[in-house]
Design a protein around this ligand. Structure first.
Ligand code: KG4
Ligand code: ZN
Length: 319
C-alpha cells in the first residue's frame, strides 16, 4: 500500500510517499525556520502563510507514483499551520478519489524510531521535541500509557530559549550542542527540575531561569558561554536519562524508542546508549518534522475507512 503523508504542524511543510509503512519512496521537507530566526521562535501567522505557499510544490515533488491513501498530521500543532495541511489533504483526497486519514504528530515521532525496526514490547517511548517532552509505556502500536510529561517547557523549547540567551540563532538546539562541545559541564552548578509528588514528570523552566541568572550582570566570554551551554545540556539530558531509567524499572521494559528533533543530539544518543541495552533512534531524515513518519504511521492506522471530510485539526491531543 502506497501512502502519501502530509505534515504541516509547525514550521516544516513536508510530503512523503511510503510503501507498507516502511519503504520510503520520497521524503520532501521545506522549512520556514529562517523566517522565524529573528523572532527567536516560530511566528505562527508567518508559518501558516509559508505552508500555503509551499504545500503544492512540496506535494508535487513527493508524488513520485500513484498512491492508495492520504495521511495527514491532524495535530497537535499550530492551528493556522494545521489547517493548511488538513484542507489540502481533504481537497486532494476528493480530487484523486482516495481515502484519507488524520494521524497524531507526536505518535508519528515515536513511530519514526520503530519504522523498519523489530518490535520489542513492552517498551519505553520518549518524544523529545520543540513542542513535546513525553515519556510513555508502549505495549504495541497505538497502545500507550503515559508515564511522564513536562509541566512547563518542552526540552527542545528550553534549548531554543537558552540559545536565544546565549545570542545563538533559532532553532537553537544544534547551536547549543555545538557550543557545548567546547565547554566544561561542571563549571556552572545547575540543577534539573523536580516536580513535587510526580518524580517522573519534567520541568525545564527553572533550569532555563537558572541559566539566565548565571549570566546576569556578567560579561560572558566565549569560554563562559561554552561552559554554560555544556552545563545546561548535561543537566537537561542527564535528567531525561535518569527519569527514563526510573520509568523503565516500573515494568519489564524490553527496549527504548526515542523520537523528535532533540534526538539529533549526539550527547543524548551517547547517554541513552550507555544507560540502556536496546535503544532505537530515528534515522537523521526522520528525526525532525517530516512526512515519512506520518505516511508510515498512517499505513498502520488505516482500517479501510476514510476519515470524514469534516475532520478538524486539533491543537492539542491527549495521548
Ligand atoms: O521534532 P521537531 O522538528 O519539532 C517539533 O515537533 O517540535 O523538533 C524541533 C526541536 C527544536 O526545539 C530544536 O532546537 C531541537 O528540536 N533540536 C535539538 C537539536 N536539533 C534540533 N535539540 C538539541 N540538540 C540538537 N542537536
Ligand atoms: Zn514534531
Amino acid at each position: 500500500m502506497k501512502v502519501l503523508g502530509i505534515e504541516s504542524t509547525c514550521d516544516e511543510t513536508a510530503a512523503s510517499v511510503v510503501v507498507d509503512g516502511k519503504e520510503i519512496l520520497s521524503n520532501v521537507v521545506a522549512s520556514s525556520s529562517d523566517i522565524h530566526e529573528q523572532y527567536g521562535g516560530v511566528f505562527p501567522e508567518l508559518a501558516a502563510r509559508k505552508h500555503a505557499e509551499m504545500i503544492l510544490p512540496v506535494v508535487e515533488k513527493a508524488l513520485v507514483c500513484d498512491i492508495d491513501l492520504i495521511a495527514v498530521a491532524k495535530g497537535p500543532g499550530l492551528i493556522g499551520s494545521l489547517l493548511v495541511g488538513m484542507q489540502f489533504a481533504k481537497g486532494l483526497a476528493i480530487a484523486m478519489n482516495k481515502p484519507f486519514i488524520g494521524v497524531n504528530h507526536v505518535e508519528a515521532h515515536l513511530y519514526a524510531a520503530m519504522m523498519g525496526e523489530q518490535a520489542h514490547f513492552p517498551a519505553l517511548g520518549l518524544v523529545l521535541s520543540g513542542g513535546h517532552t513525553l515519556m510513555l509505556r508502549i505495549d504495541g502500536l497505538g497502545q500507550y500509557t503515559k508515564i511522564g510529561t513536562t509541566v512547563d517547557d518542552a526540552v527542545g523549547e528550553a534549548y531554543d530559549k537558552v540559545a536565544t540567551m546565549l545570542g545563538l540563532p533559532y532553532p537553537g538546539g544544534p547551536h547549543v550542542e555545538k557550543l557545548a562541545k567546547n565547554g566544561d559541564p561542571q563549571k556552572f552548578p545547575l540543577r534539573a527540575g523536580y516536580v513535587k509528588r510526580s518524580p517522573l514528570d519534567f520541568s525545564f523552566s527553572g533550569l532555563k531561569t537558572a541559566v539566565l541568572y548565571s549570566m546576569r550582570g556578567k560579561t560572558m566570554s566565549d569560554e563562559d558561554k561554552a561552559d554554560l551551554a555544556a552545563s545546561f545540556q548535561e543537566t537537561a539530558l542527564r535528567d531525561l536519562v535518569h527519569k527514563a531509567k526510573l520509568a523503565a524499572q516500573t515494568f519489564p521494559c524490553q527496549a527504548v524508542y526515542l523520537g523528535g528533533g532533540v534526538c539529533q543530539n549526539e550527547r543524548l544518543k551517547e547517554l541513552f546508549s550507555e544507560a540502556f541495552e536496546r535503544v532505537y533512534f530515528p534515522p537523521r531524515e526522520l528525526t525532525l518534522d517530516n512526512a515519512a513518519m506520518i505516511a508510515g504511521l498512517g499505513y498502520h492506522k488505516y482500517t479501510g475507512c476514510s476519515d470524514p471530510l469534516d475532520l478538524e485539526p486539533l491543537t492539542r491531543i491527549p495521548i
